[in-house]
Design a binder for this molecule. Structure first.
Ligand code: WT7
Length: 649
């Protein structure tokens, strides 16, 4: 941990032209926000957004925590991302696509405009999609996924993207919850040189009858043979050609929902995080300019999947709103070898590279010196997101990938926050490895006790956001009570419920914020967020299972891995419990939810009131000595039995 003491100052050459060029400039902005919060946001909203009708109020707090921003303003997000750029950027590459097999396509803003307009017409004309309808996307990483998102935004439909790694069952649940009218998918795509299939997952999801779905739009990408349901399935490639290439955009209210994105919570089923148009797109654009400092002919590459919030904000909406070139990649960064990502940086002269710690660790492990074989001199800013980054991975990223000249922006944020919240600014912040540093200008982050008392330096507390911000979650689709309880139920400041992130954090003596990780029952596996309760619910569906408890176990590459304790019902024996449970998890959630460890135990450690002591189970999974007092357990001897089972496994 000796790196922790090191500080890396911004590259002075870079800082000269940076959007925020110094800590003084940072504090100037942040103090302005502290002194006049609404005025701060008004300035940027007026400058950045192409308003069709001006708003009449910056922030409406009258129905807290259901905050409203830029009330009664009218805009269209697809105008913000496309149309308004056509005057001066028609021939600039908007999306630079590289396929798994190395096929490259430059899609200019003018071409993007035509394709999005056509797709918007297709949704309207073929499916009768209108403002407010929900459209589920189950898509690979191909440009048509972005066209579909923007086409929805154009006509006011609300998209809900389901990550392609989720199972049919998980897809079905999300389609049902949103009552989607159509599903947009593809036959499949390519990964590691081979075609893979997606459409069949949609078929399975819809087999059991999902009442709301009237049609499926299928993009042909790999042209493999697929099942076709006449009347329900529609061929995008055939239908799109006849569509007119002008589709006027809807005038949307600032607060009209832009999209839903399901994410896991600490209890129950996934929640449909609802984002709005104006506040979301404003912050997506501003953070591109501040945190990634995009400008001119920059080529921005975010390696996330569009199925996650990172893909929404930093592959599609943020880069396009900022008028930059966004690189979209179908494949994986380790195929055909561990140099693929670096070759792509070289080939496309990538200027900002944004990925997850788990990917950095994989690339480091597979090819420590691989970056040195390529010309990476175009790189200016390196980003990381999704989980705390360990200092060794940080140092490799900084020294070997960035050649000790690029800033590393360790961006802390969440599906619910819409965009970055805590992050270094590449031209301003002296950075410390593994540290997210400071809240961005306009963001009021505090580390608190549940009663609102600020934590002292060095004490871990609840990471809270104490003022509403434009790109925040508006509600949970169909469940406003759960929205209140999930985010505004744990901490109160000056009598007012404040947003609690679910993360712990700590301040150091210089005021730097370090994220310590989730303090609820949410775990993070390779950057994928999962609720232990959700995994437990899937396991409990098995008729042989009496009880189950799931915890996260630290993992050197994945960050965390899934550790399952199961108690079988009397008379049930399962010789291959791990395979059995993993098959179940793959079916109910998807391959991303597979457990590294599954052990059968005679019982779970419970208090006399029946509460499972997860802390004990976490310690056992880690192989740590038990320091907790176990005398209050209903049956203290169970702990020994579990420990010996865990040792065998
Ligand atoms: C959770 C949110 C937001 C994009 C990807 C994940 C963890 C995120 C960091 C970071 C430490 C981080 C938090 C957070 N997280 N970024 N820079 N340092 N932890 O989105 O699936 O909504 O997960 O990811 O625990 O709560 P998500």
């Amino acid at each position: 941990m000796s790196h922790k003491k090191q500080i890396f100052n911004p590259n002075p050459e870079f800082a000269k032209n940076a959007a925020i060029p110094s800590m003084d400039a940072y504090w100037e902005l942040q103090n302005r926000a502290i002194e006049d919060y609404e005025g701060f946001w008004k300035g940027f909203a007026d400058e950045k957004i192409d308003w069709l009708t001006p708003y009449d109020k910056v922030l409406d707090e009258s129905n807290a925590p259901f905050y409203k921003w830029f009330t009664n303003g009218k805009l269209n997000v697809s105008n913000q991302c496309i149309d308004r750029h056509l005057a001066d950027k028609a021939d600039k590459t908007a999306i630079l696509f590289e396929g798994d097999r190395g096929d490259v396509e430059h899609i200019t803003y003018a071409q993007l405009s035509r394709r999005v307009n056509k797709m918007a017409n297709l949704l309207k004309n073929e499916f009768g999609i209108i403002k407010g309808d929900r459209v589920v996307l189950y898509m690979p990483m191909i440009p048509e996924a972005a066209y579909a998102m923007l086409a929805c935004a154009r006509i006011g439909a609300i998209h809900s993207i389901v990550f392609g790694g989720f199972s049919a069952e998980a897809l079905k649940d999300r389609i049902e919850d949103a009552k989607a009218k159509i599903v947009i998918t593809a036959d499949g795509a390519y990964r590691k040189g081979k075609p893979y299939m997606l459409k069949q997952v949609v078929d399975t999801a819809l087999e059991q009858g999902v009442g709301s779905v009237e049609g499926v739009l299928v993009v042909k990408r790999n042209n493999e043979e697929i099942n076709w349901v006449d009347g329900r399935d529609h061929n995008y490639n055939e239908l799109i050609t006849a569509q007119p290439d002008v589709c006027p955009f809807e005038e949307m209210d600032s607060e009209d929902p832009l999209f839903l994105l399901y994410t896991s919570g600490s209890t129950g089923k996934p929640k449909g995080v609802q984002h709005s148009g104006a506040g979301y797109i404003l912050w997506a654009q501003m953070t591109m300019e501040w945190v990634f400092d995009v400008k001119g002919e920059d080529v921005f590459w975010c390696t996330a999947d569009i199925g996650w919030i990172t893909g929404h904000t930093y592959i599609v909406y943020g880069p396009l709103a900022a008028g930059t070139t966004t690189l979209m990649f179908e494949g994986v960064p380790t195929y055909p070898d561990a140099g693929r990502a670096w070759k792509m940086v070289q080939d496309h002269k990538v200027t900002q590279f944004y990925t997850a710690p788990t990917a950095i660790r994989v690339l480091h492990k597979m090819g420590e010196d691989e970056p040195k074989k390529y010309d990476l001199s175009s790189l200016k800013v390196l980003g990381t997101v999704g989980e705390p980054i360990d200092p060794p991975a940080w140092m490799w990223y900084y020294e070997v990938v960035g050649n000790s000249k690029c800033a590393i922006v360790d961006t802390w944020w969440q599906t619910e926050t819409g965009g970055h919240m805590i992050s270094p600014l590449p031209g301003a912040t002296p950075i410390k490895p593994g540290c997210a540093t400071f809240a961005l200008p306009g963001i009021m982050a505090e580390i608190l006790d549940p009663d609102g008392t600020p934590k002292e330096v060095g004490e871990t507390g609840l990471l809270c956001i104490t003022k509403p911000w434009p790109s925040m979650i508006r509600t949970i689709w169909g469940d406003p009570e759960r929205y209140k309880k999930s985010y505004f139920g744990d901490a109160v400041k000056e009598g007012k419920a404040v947003y609690f992130s679910g993360d712990g954090a700590v301040l150091d003596e210089d005021g730097y914020i370090t994220i310590t990780g989730r303090v609820d029952d949410v775990i993070n596996v390779s950057g994928h967020r999962m609720g232990t309760a959700e995994i437990e619910a899937a396991v409990k569906d098995d008729p042989s299972v009496a009880e189950v408890a799931v915890v996260g176990k630290p993992h050197p590459i994945k960050g965390e891995s899934i550790f399952v304790y199961v108690v079988l019902k009397e008379g049930h024996i399962n010789a291959d419990i791990k395979n059995h449970i993993n098959q179940l998890l793959a079916e109910e959630i998807g391959n991303i939810a597979k457990a590294d460890h599954v052990i059968e135990v005679p019982g779970l450690p419970k208090t006399r009131s029946g509460k499972i002591m997860r802390r004990i189970l976490r310690s056992i999974a880690k192989g740590e000595a038990i320091t907790q007092d176990i005398s209050t357990l209903e049956d203290p001897s169970i702990v020994e039995a579990i420990i010996s089972k865990a040792r065998e496994a």
